[in-house]
Ligand binder design. Structure first.
Ligand SMILES: Nc1ncnc2c1ncn2[C@@H]1O[C@H](COP(=O)(O)OP(=O)(O)OP(=O)(O)O)[C@@H](O)[C@H]1O
Ligand SMILES: [Mg+2]
Length: 342
């Protein structure tokens, strides 16, 4: 499989009135053709900033690329002009958001919004774009697309709006689709349908997907690899199996422990106590140190390097150092009886 995206040591900061917020610090990951990578982490961990950096949607200023590169098709996206990015966004890389109501234009029919991208990037005529729009709405499972194409977003249900967003995002056969919490605003049944739809389309269209979510539960059936983010850093990355069955970072253990269990026993559902670090004054060492039940002196002082546990799994934790005490995987993080929806 060939690599289509490589994010190297990416750091992005925001200059706010009070301080410089170091939103992401030294983020590294890659995406292969046709795969789905999930980026998981709690609120404020830097998932959206990572996604928006790839799309170059970070407003500069107050945002700033401090360091690193985003290699796509052999070129560094951090170095592109706004004009060059306009030819990449929506055509090569597209994005869908949590709330389609904010990204769809309420004053324009869904058909016109699909046609815009097709006319701009695929140089279709209005008529061709209209017909292709109907085909795309059909592809994403909108019933009666010939009539629906002339409706406005508010005439669609939430799930249908998300389907329409996916149709627009896929209209130009992008190489990468970034989905930032695409199902968070939807109820569980519709969530599952949208994730199924994305998976099905990926097989048909062959797009690689970056799926951003705070819910590890949706990841198991939807992704092939997972990057776990915390405090602006990726603390662990691996295949879905590695993250679910052989997690090595205490933050990943915490995320697994906070997932509902199949047996419905609420005793086993544990939220991670404490709150995330202040990114205006990020910790010198591991970002999870103040909440980690296994924190040691080294964790406070130095950011642990990544340990390669396999060709695919990498974890940044001092517990993996040979001098560290052996710590067992806590029972709450054992996936055996975990409900995995999606
Ligand atoms: N425009 C901005 N100005 C200042 N700080 C920002 C800006 N955008 C993001 N941040 C900060 O960057 C950090 C990472 O934010 P980000 O939105 O990437 O988190 P997230 O993981 O997507 O969280 P959520 O799950 O809530 O969407 C946060 O501390 C946030 O406050
Ligand atoms: Mg976000």
């Amino acid at each position: 499989m060939s690599r289509i995206l490589e994010v190297n040591d990416l750091s992005v900061s925001f200059q706010t009135y009070h301080a410089e917020v170091q939103a992401i610090r030294g983020v590294n990951f890659h995406l292969d053709e046709k795969e789905t990578l999930a980026i998981v982490g709690e609120s404020g961990s830097g998932k959206s900033v990572t996604a928006q950096s790839i799309m170059r949607l970070i407003e500069m200023p107050p945002g700033e690329f401090v360091d690193g590169s985003i290699m796509f098709a052999g070129e560094d996206l951090t170095q592109k002009s706004e004009k060059q990015m306009e030819n990449i966004r929506g055509k090569e890389i597209s994005m869908i958001f949590q709330d389609p109501m904010t990204s769809l234009n309420p004053t324009m029919t869904v058909g016109k919004q699909i046609a815009e991208a097709l006319i701009k990037h695929q140089h279709m005529s209005k008529k061709e774009a209209h017909n292709q729009g109907i085909a795309l709405l059909k592809l994403v499972g909108i019933p009666n697309p010939e009539a629906r194409i002339n409706q406005y977003p508010h005439q669609y249900s939430g799930g249908m709006r998300q389907r329409a967003m996916i149709a627009i995002a896929l209209s130009c056969n992008p190489k990468i689709l970034i989905a930032d919490e695409p199902t968070t605003a939807l109820d569980v049944t519709i969530q599952a349908q949208i994730l199924d739809l994305m998976r099905g389309l990926q097989e048909k269209v062959g797009t690689a997907i970056i799926l951003i979510t705070h819910d590890l539960g949706v990841v198991a059936n939807a992704a092939s690899r997972v990057a776990v983010m915390y405090g602006g850093k990726i603390v662990e990355t691996g295949t879905v199996d590695e993250i679910f069955y052989n997690p090595k970072h205490p933050y990943t253990w915490g995320l697994l422990g906070s997932m509902p269990k199949l047996d419905g026993s609420h005793e086993t559902l544990q939220a991670i106590p404490g709150s995330p670090p202040d990114l205006a004054d990020p910790p010198k060492g591991c970002p999870f140190v103040t909440r980690c039940p296994h924190a040691m002196k080294a964790c406070k002082e130095h950011m642990p390097a990544y340990t390669n546990l396999s060709d695919t799994q990498k974890t940044a934790c001092w517990l993996l150092d040979e001098r560290a005490p052996k710590v067992e995987l806590p029972e709450s993080a054992i996936v055996g009886g975990t409900t995995v929806h999606g």
